[in-house]
Design a protein around this ligand. Structure first.
Ligand code: G3I
Length: 304
């Protein structure tokens, strides 16, 4: 097929992009979005600071804009992110203990409830593990409410939207390492104890100047073997030309080789839309032209 979305659909997968509400009026941007992509992740609009700017008062305008656009275009939606140490509103940053725990539960209930039935998968908890070799949880105000905050978040999300897949999402978990193994052990534990979890997101913020982890596919597969869906959720690869294109192709092939890898989302559309724009990490250049990386992804999808 001739687009990312249609080519991914040939193997039952999706191809998604992170979207910013304020860019939807840019016709070059929305033209590419609606032509190429079958899944949408709001880049910032569903985060805690955006959806609950003051405690108990919810604001869904920008997120609804993205959801309405996606529904009209026949795209599915990945919700991002219900519970995260970052991008909390100031009032939540100042809470702790049971007040913060209760605020988190109320937040998840409201946001997942508002979008009930419309979300393919939620990033219920984002980036809860520490970098490096410790395998420990990341210290945060949420973590300090008690180690069970993650399972409480998942149970709350399940009650609020029983049909959404519930994901744990993180970065630097793209190969087999201490951090990804800590996430793996959490999934094993959740499965054993009946805590609802359906998917694990691998952000995959990568750089073509360093080799792709040689066990990238094996890492996806070990999670898939636990019975969870795996998704590549925030893909971008710093670089340019052939090196960048080759890494995009390799990531694509890794997902295609894992039966439970449901799809890939790139973290933006044009290089200029990226949170790391200076490293030109996406599939379209600033003018919306297809890069070598685009062609490499399309060819890899169509070779499947
Ligand atoms: O909305 C304000 C605006 O009112 C203000 O005038 C402006 C001035 O700087 O800032 C705007 O907020 C920015 C927001 O993006 C919306 O554009 C924040 O400063 C900026 O920090 C924020 O960056 C986002 C970042 O998450 C924050 O952590 C990026 O766009 C977004 O791409 C990035 O995405 C994260 C994922 O959620 C989780 N994984 C890592 C990934 C990359 O950091």
């Amino acid at each position: 097929a001739s687009t990312l979305g249609a080519s991914a659909a040939a193997s039952g997968r999706y191809y998604g992009a992170a979207v910013a509400a304020y860019k939807l009026s840019d016709s070059v941007y929305s033209g590419i979005l609606d032509r190429e992509f079958t899944m949408v992740t709001p880049e910032n609009e569903m985060k805690w600071d955006a959806t609950e700017p003051s405690q108990g008062s919810f604001s869904y305008g920008s997120a609804d804009q993205i959801v309405n656009h996606a529904v009209a275009a026949g795209q599915r939606i990945r919700g991002h992110a219900l519970a995260w140490h970052s991008q909390q509103p100031g009032w939540a940053q100042n809470l702790s203990g049971s007040a913060l725990r209760q605020a988190m539960v109320n937040h998840i209930t409201n946001v997942a409830g508002h979008y009930r039935g419309k979300i393919y998968a939620w990033d219920v908890v984002n980036e809860a593990f520490a970098d490096g070799s410790s395998g420990a949880r990341r210290d945060s105000n949420l973590q300090r409410t008690g180690n069970d905050w993650i399972e409480v978040a998942f149970r709350t999300a399940r009650a609020a939207d029983p049909n959404a897949k519930l994901c744990y999402n993180d970065y630097n978990t793209d190969g087999v390492n201490a951090k990804s193994t800590a996430v793996y052990n959490m999934v094993v534990d959740f499965k054993a104890r009946g805590v609802p979890i359906d998917c694990v997101g691998f952000q995959s913020h990568l750089n073509s100047a360093s080799p792709l982890p040689g066990d990238y596919q094996a890492n996806l597969q070990r999670f898939a073997n636990l019975g969870v869906e795996v998704q590549i959720t925030e893909l971008d690869i710093a670089g340019s030309g052939t090196a960048q294109a080759n890494d995009f192709a390799a990531v694509t092939r890794a997902c295609l080789a894992v039966a439970r890898c449901a799809g890939i989302t790139v973290w933006g559309i044009r290089d200029t839309d990226s949170w790391r724009a200076s490293s030109t990490p996406l599939l379209f250049d600033g003018n919306g032209n297809k890069k070598a990386a685009y062609t490499a992804v399309l060819d890899a999808l169509n070779a499947a």
